[in-house]
Design a protein around this ligand. Structure first.
Ligand code: HEC
Ligand code: HEC
Length: 323
């Protein structure tokens, strides 16, 4: 008996010690910083470059919907112009992540950052303070030219003094930041210096995967780590929308029965993009995507048609809360 008690006492003490060490490590490491090179990219004042940036930011790269405050969500959904002054509240299992002010305000916005700091955040996922930026913005393979165009346009956006709340992680979030979450870059994949916009499948792949993030929402993901667990473009069952709603994002591969667009032709596809929002709580940035040029839509259509057919039915578009 005394032996058992002694054993329990010791294992209990060892367990407590292990827990204490883990807690200590979490608090020491949750704000760890990372290294990444500063891309040699600087803003231009050329009007054609700024116009390309304006198209990307408000259209295919859809920065606006995420970078306005939650209070502007409904105005954004109605297609009104909203300030990119940050504060959108992303409620995650491990805390609240708030988007930042990306107007050119000298203290509250990106006016305080250099072009190279902004470029490093978008290319490698390392924030200006060296911390890992969560994988909300998969622009890691955006071309040098397009990144420069985006930054050139942001420099022309008048400063707005809004100060978004700071991101708040709970203990699990801090533990993830301490041990699991790392910046996505630098990636080994070769990155284009320039890409020629045209209507080929190759350009469509660039738009779909490096600018518009179609695969990020149309592929099953693990919400804790962000990892892709399903086959690309075969749909995400149970993706969270706004206001506590859930969606099954459709399978965009050309599978004859499981593919959502099996009966569509290019005109159906284009008209769907021109029509904008149909489900008012959908996270898909239809408002921005309504601005896609016809050529860009042709390129994406050609790319989606070229994908391997995946036989997976993610379920009806409007979903129940997953168990
Ligand atoms: C899906 C939502 C989403 C989209 C789309 C998005 N962002 Fe972000 N962005 C965020 C969030 C969330 C953060 C804060 C991330 C963090 O703190 O880990 C952020 C942070 C940033 C930062 C860091 C700012 C700072 O103060 O250090 C910059 C710069 C930025 N975004 C620019 C852009 C640009 C430019 C685009 C479009 C090309 C864009 N974002 C598109 C959600 C988004
Ligand atoms: C932020 C997440 C997100 C992104 C990014 C996204 N989608 Fe979606 N998509 C959804 C959701 C959710 C739905 C279902 C609700 C809806 O139709 O709005 C959907 C629906 C669709 C539909 C079916 C619409 C219908 O009415 O039948 C098509 C087609 C589509 N997406 C194509 C794309 C393409 C192409 C891209 C990239 C240019 C893309 N999506 C990017 C989340 C996303």
């Amino acid at each position: 008996m005394t032996l058992l008690l002694r054993f329990l006492k010791w294992t209990g003490m060892i367990l407590l010690l292990i827990i204490a060490v883990v807690v200590l490590l979490v608090f020491m490491r949750h704000d760890r910083t990372f290294e990444a090179p500063y891309p040699d990219i600087s803003a231009s004042t050329d009007s054609a470059v700024i116009a390309r940036g304006e198209y990307l930011v408000n259209g295919p790269a859809h920065c606006t919907g995420c970078h306005t405050s939650s209070a502007n969500e409904e105005a954004y959904m109605r297609g009104e112009e909203v300030p990119m002054h940050g504060g959108y509240d992303f409620v995650l299992p491990f805390g609240h992540v708030y988007s930042r002010n990306i107007t050119n305000h000298p203290e509250k916005g990106i006016g305080r950052l250099t072009d190279a700091e902004i470029a490093r955040t978008l290319r490698y996922g390392v924030g200006s303070d060296g911390r890992a930026i969560l994988d909300f913005m998969p622009f890691y393979l955006m071309s040098d030219e397009d990144l420069r165009a985006v930054i050139s346009y942001l420099r022309t956006v008048p400063g707005d003094a809004n100060e978004p709340p700071k991101t708040e992680f709970n203990f699990i979030g801090k533990a993830l930041m301490a041990f699991v979450i790392k910046p996505m870059g630098p990636l080994d994949t070769p990155r284009p210096i320039a890409v020629q916009p045209d209507s080929t499948a190759e350009y469509g792949k660039y738009l779909a995967m490096s600018v518009s993030n179609c695969d990020g929402c149309h592929t099953q993901r693990d919400l804790t780590t962000g990892a892709y667990v399903g086959e690309r473009f075969s749909g995400w069952s149970g993706m969270e929308g706004m206001k506590g709603t859930y969606f099954n994002t459709p399978n965009l591969t050309p599978h004859p029965t499981a593919g959502h667009m099996a009966q569509w032709d290019f005109d159906t596809f284009r008209n769907r993009f021109r029509a904008g929002v149909m489900h008012p709580t959908s996270p898909m940035p239809w408002v921005n995507f309504a601005r896609f040029s016809d050529d860009d839509l042709k390129a994406i259509w050609a790319f989606l048609q070229s994908l391997p057919q995946v036989d997976r039915n993610p379920g009806p578009i409007v979903a129940e809360k997953p168990a």
